[in-house]
Design a protein around this ligand. Structure first.
Ligand code: ZN
Ligand code: ZN
Length: 265
């Protein structure tokens, strides 16, 4: 292993301190939940497991990076680490919305601050690791996979962000037009496919967005920023779930240019 790799290894190992801090705060929250006499057991259990899930995701984000140091940096590990971080951030939104019921509790502020520090430290390492990888710039707006399937790649990283295909969605009993975006998967009437595929052939992303607005929901294509006229993956749309008293409320996306909109409700 050369010097540069050792340096990276050290940076990855140093992330453990941030994770440790989150563990301490998570434990405090769980202890606090256990000490609350007027909290019913089922709420206590749900909230406790939310805190545990949050912490486990953070640990996993770190663990998948430690395996990198044993060999070549591998895009899959980096991707997995990111996914765990995003999952942790979503759990944190949920936890914060639950803790709001106790306005006196300063823990919300503590855990948000500690997670922000942890998040930033992780991204410095992740960006460093990615620098060593060649990033293939996406050139296509629409990818035709077959007569039955089209993909829309992220305009930043090229990762497939949206898929339209004729087939069977998870709960479908008959053939449908299946849409899979960055926040949801849904099935539309297969008869609409012809119309949509014509729009896709013209590479008209706004047309696709308007199609989804008309036939699915007001948010349209969740991965699409109308102001940029571009597609972004979960990461590059900086998508964030929001919670209200522990219940999922909606997801916001903010593109790299700073355009923000609700992408799922
Ligand atoms: Zn992307
Ligand atoms: Zn934008």
């Amino acid at each position: 292993m050369n010097g540069e790799n050792n340096n990276m290894l050290e940076k990855i190992l140093n992330l453990r301190d941030y994770v440790q801090k989150l563990e301490d705060i998570s434990e405090n929250i769980i202890n606090h939940l256990n000490s609350l006499k007027d909290l019913d057991d089922s709420t206590r259990n749900i909230w406790t497991s939310d805190v545990k899930e949050f912490f486990h995701n953070t640990v996993s984000a770190w663990e998948v990076l430690t395996t990198i140091t044993e060999g070549e940096p591998n895009l899959k590990n980096i991707d997995n680490s990111k996914s765990f971080l995003y999952a942790a951030r979503n759990h944190l939104s949920k936890i914060i919305s639950e803790l709001k019921i106790f306005p006196s509790l300063k823990t919300s502020i503590l855990i948000e601050k500690a997670f922000k520090e942890c998040w930033d430290a992780f991204w410095i390492v992740l960006k460093n690791l990615l620098l060593e990888k060649e990033i293939v710039k996406p050139t296509k707006r629409v990818i035709k996979v077959s007569d039955l399937e089209y993909h829309l790649p992220c305009s930043v990283c090229g990762k497939s962000a949206v898929e339209f295909r004729i087939g069977y969605g998870r709960l479908d009993e008959k053939e449908s037009l299946v849409f899979r975006g960055i926040t949801l998967e849904t099935s539309l009437n297969v008869k609409l496919a012809n119309m949509l595929f014509k729009i896709l052939q013209k590479k008209d992303l706004l047309g696709v967005h308007n199609f989804m607005k008309k036939y699915h929901s007001f948010e349209g294509v969740d991965a699409y920023c109308p102001e940029c006229d571009k597609i972004y993956c979960w990461e590059h749309y900086n998508a964030r779930e929001e919670y209200d008293d522990g219940f999922y409320d909606c997801t916001y996306g903010e593109c790299p240019k700073g355009h923000k909109r609700m992408i799922d409700d």
